[in-house]
Design a protein around this ligand. Sequence first.
Ligand code: PAN
Ligand code: ZN
Length: 197
Amino acid sequence: MGMGWPAGGIIEPQPPAVQIGLDSGLMAGPPVEEVRRTLADLTGLFSDPAALARLPKDRLVYRVQSWSPVSEGTEGGLVYGVTVIEPGDVGGEYHMTKGHFHARREAAEFYWCYHGQGLLLMMDERRRCRVERMVPGSLHYIPGGTAHRTVNVGDTPLSFGACWPTTAGHDYAAIAQRGFSVRVFRTGDGPRVAEAG
Ligand code: PAN
Ligand code: ZN
């Protein structure tokens, strides 16, 4: 036995710090933090400002629950989070996340879908985009150097888990300035992914 471990006897198993609802993906437990993004927080995200102006600013678009077991920047650590994007659109453009590169460009991330129907947009620094379908049980690897945004293209909440390095950091500036090179719109035939330039 190493230092700090009992030399013998009975070890009492401890309850986990966090529980995940396997259908909703929602987390419960003392270390869980939550951030909410309403339309008021997402100015400039959607392509139709007039449509945005007609909608209530307090409309919830998505929330992110997370657990950071070690403080941000700790080498070797991991963060776990779940994002829930409400169904809906702004002028026909589906609800989506802001999207970001990791500040440390080499930091990769896993996403996996618990519930709903989504699209994962992945864009490299040359603005080349790939798009993967998200369905319950789908697993997605986002390589380093790749901006990522998720879009809820269904009529129920889209919920997905994510795991990323504690040292990754979030760089929103490049996306806030130029957006992604594709946008996703609702049509009678389902979602259409259109080049945005
Ligand atoms: C996710 C995202 C989450 C919300 O946890 O942060 O889906 O998207 P934005 O951060 O772009 O608003 C993740 O990719 N973490 O690294
Ligand atoms: Zn990320």
